[in-house]
Design a binder for this molecule. Structure first.
Ligand SMILES: *Cc1c(COP(=O)(O)O)cnc(C)c1O
Length: 398
């Protein structure tokens, strides 16, 4: 009988289970959390919040960081400060976790779903360019989607599974067409494009510290920017837009989106361990690829020449005809052996939640969704457990 390995990030797996992606707390976590409890600073003010923001900003190479309650909250604020408003449109890859598309909808704006490319599985810059050139018209200092009559305001590349999008192309396209580039780097902390960390290539970038991400605060996120006004506005809106330090006077409709000091304490401890996590995750990705290279019907995404992936989750493509099982059957086979894997996200142009959104030339994402399976990729995955996964995958082939 297949075991019920929990899909909740951060839950402790049972003895003998190999979980998909769980956090490692091997640093100063206990010490920093204890400092919060001893000092009484547990909530949305306290020294760790600022320290975490400064450390994250330095790491990514931006001037300002605003900690938020989640990556989704960071995306919501990022789009807002970047100038996306009601009835605007934002180009979003169809293959992604749903959060960025939802954040677009929170603003009353609309996602236009664009395909990913087959080599690196990221937002396809050729299709973005085709859409902007062929489907849109520049008029009165703005770009308009001829089919919907709406203004196109931003491009929202999502660096999927730890691998960066082609930021040379996307940054150039955003500039050429006068669009905001909002980077969703929530799966890719530590990844680089052309040597520069992701999250710092456009006016605003976003991180997530959910339980299964590269580092975790339990739950949390971060908005990254070089623009002091953007940072100030995001901070203001994230704290209920309170205008006066003492009096309860609010200048706008704000949100309760702050990260707590307790969470930030975890974040500071985790960030200190990031180099080690990245080294291990890259090793895991390479080990899977090397040890499975000769198995017919299994393939991996290729790292782009200009990219350095964070290797958040190593994901394999299963060609059912050549491998002898499809990815659903493989998931069940591995679950019976207490190995947790998971499929990619249903492409959003098929999502009931985003019914009616425009989709532009989707040709690749559906195949990746059908065939992709993410393999155990925790930074704490032992050599023995990795080999157990490899052996199970080899034995599943027929
Ligand atoms: C995890 C994730 C987010 C944000 O996640 P939160 O759980 O809100 O922190 C956003 N976009 C993508 C692509 C993600 O994978």
């Amino acid at each position: 009988m297949p075991i019920a390995i929990t899909s909740e990030p951060g839950a402790r797996p049972a003895e003998g289970d190999i979980p998909l992606c769980v956090p490692a707390f091997a640093g100063q976590e206990w010490a920093y959390v204890k400092e919060c409890l001893d000092s009484g600073w547990v909530s949305s003010a306290g020294p760790f919040v600022e320290r975490f923001e400064r450390a994250a900003a330095a790491l990514v190479g931006v001037r300002h960081a605003v900690a938020t309650a989640s990556g989704t909250a960071a995306l919501h604020l990022a789009l807002l400060v970047a100038g996306v408003g009601p009835d605007d449109e934002v180009l979003v890859p169809t293959l992604t976790f749903i959060a960025p598309a939802n954040a677009v909808r929170y603003l009353g704006a609309h996602p236009v779903f664009v395909d990913v490319e087959p080599e690196h599985w990221q937002l396809d810059p050729d299709k973005v360019e085709d859409f902007l050139l062929r489907e849109c018209t520049a008029l009165g200092g703005a770009l308009w989607n001829r089919r919907t009559g709406r203004r196109v305001a931003a491009i929202l590349p999502v660096h999927l599974l730890g691998h960066p999008c082609d930021l040379d192309r996307l940054v150039a396209l955003a500039r050429r067409f006068g669009l905001a580039l909002v980077e969703d780097a929530t799966e890719s902390l530590g990844a680089r494009w052309g040597g520069q960390p992701v999250g710092a290539h456009g006016p605003v970038g976003c991180l997530s510290f959910n339980g299964n991400k590269v580092i975790t605060t339990g739950g949390g996120g971060m908005l990254l920017t070089n623009d002091a006004a953007f940072a100030e506005r995001a901070r203001y809106l994230s704290t209920q837009a309170k205008d006066d330090p003492i009096e309860y006077v609010h200048g706008a409709i704000g949100y309760n989106y702050r990260l707590t000091n307790l969470q930030a304490a975890l974040g500071c401890a985790q960030l200190e361990q990031l180099p080690g996590f990245l080294t291990r995750k890259r090793w895991i990705a390479r080990a899977y690829q090397q040890r499975l290279a000769d198995v017919p019907g299994l393939s991996f995404l290729h790292e782009a020449a200009r990219a350095r992936s964070a290797c958040w989750m190593t994901t394999v493509l299963v060609d059912a005809a050549r491998f002898g099982r499809d990815r659903r059957a493989l998931l069940a086979y591995l679950a019976e052996r207490r190995i947790q894997t998971r499929p990619l996200w249903q492409p959003l142009h098929r999502s009931p939640a985003h019914r009616g959104a425009q989709a532009y030339r989707i040709e690749v994402a559906d195949r990746l969704w059908r065939d992709a399976l993410s393999l155990p990729s925790s930074a704490g995955l032992t050599d023995d457990d990795l080999q157990r996964v490899v052996t199970a995958l080899r034995s599943a082939a027929r």
